[in-house]
Design a protein around this ligand. Structure first.
Ligand SMILES: CC(C)(COP(=O)(O)OP(=O)(O)OC[C@H]1O[C@@H](n2cnc3c(N)ncnc32)[C@H](O)[C@@H]1OP(=O)(O)O)[C@@H](O)C(=O)NCCC(=O)NCCS
Length: 239
């Protein structure tokens, strides 16, 4: 399933199985790496599963959070157990998982030079996590073996960055960022074109990404590149 492929592309610092669920913690870096991925059967009754989620979160000093597919039976069970959608989750509690064709290179004489490196540079970290030296959790999640680190460089200045990974046979795109004063100049599209080439070299067949439904700029960009919604997920918390 696509959600499992995305999870593999985003490895948390700590991951413990609970039946088919995955309990994840990464010092609070990203919801995906700090929530229980509730897919399939947790192997115990719901009440017990949610207690295990809370205990695990507490022992790893993160908030208790469940990631569940929108409209699924698990969401109904969460609601019945008194959990609620975490509508105040800062990065957006409702996320659209988009699937689309591998982006093509966009040729432009005045555009940035776009490359995908095998290792992150200080400038890449700066743009992607806001500091040249990442925390151990950030390094673990983002610089997982096999990941690629896309950079857009214009006249010696890094103006864009993206993190790519192979998620089974699909290109996983994450942490796309263009420096604010360089936006709306086609740089994100150019960077994604380089990511598409990286994926074609690895015989990946499509692109997948997770974006908050409230991120209108990113949604517009991906729609223009031919991405469409595959499903949504939401973060839930105890009431
Ligand atoms: C989303 C983001 C990466 C777009 O970067 P960008 O370099 O401005 O995007 P591009 O110039 O390549 O945009 C290509 C097309 O996407 C669409 N688009 C991009 N930004 C848009 C916006 N703010 N509003 C509406 N459409 C937008 C347009 O169709 C645009 O083409 P056009 O300018 O000819 O109309 C940038 O806004 C950003 O860094 N945002 C903060 C981080 C973020 O949200 N990342 C995505 C996480 S999933």
């Amino acid at each position: 399933m696509l959600e499992l492929a995305c999870a593999r592309a985003w490895p948390p610092l700590v991951c413990r199985p609970l039946g088919q669920w995955q309990l994840r913690a990464s010092d609070g870096f990203t919801g995906r790496a700090n929530s229980a991925l509730a897919l399939g059967d947790p192997g115990v009754p719901m009440k017990q599963a949610l207690e295990a989620v809370c205990e695990f979160a507490h022992s790893h000093r993160v908030d208790a959070l469940v990631q569940a597919v929108y409209g699924s039976e698990i969401e109904a069970a969460l609601a019945a157990a008194g959990w609620v959608p975490h509508v105040h989750y800062p990065a957006g509690h409702e996320v659209s998982v988009l699937l689309g064709p591998l982006p093509e290179i966009t040729a432009s004489a005045s555009g940035p030079e776009c490359v995908v490196l095998d290792a992150p540079t200080e400038a890449w970290w700066e743009l992607v996590v806001g500091r040249g030296e990442p925390t151990p959790a950030q390094r673990h999640v983002l610089a997982a073996p096999g990941a690629g680190f896309g950079l857009a460089v214009l006249d010696g200045t890094t103006v864009g960055a993206v993190r790519v990974a192979a998620a089974c046979s699909v290109l996983h795109i994450g942490r796309l960022e263009v420096v604010p004063e360089y936006r709306r100049r086609g740089f994100a599209a150019a960077l994604l074109g380089a990511a598409g080439d990286w994926a074609r070299e690895r015989e990946l067949t499509a692109g997948v990404l997770q974006v908050s439904v409230h991120n209108h700029a990113a949604m517009a960009l991906y729609a223009r590149l031919g991405f469409t919604e595959h499903h949504r997920y939401r973060y839930w918390r105890p009431k």
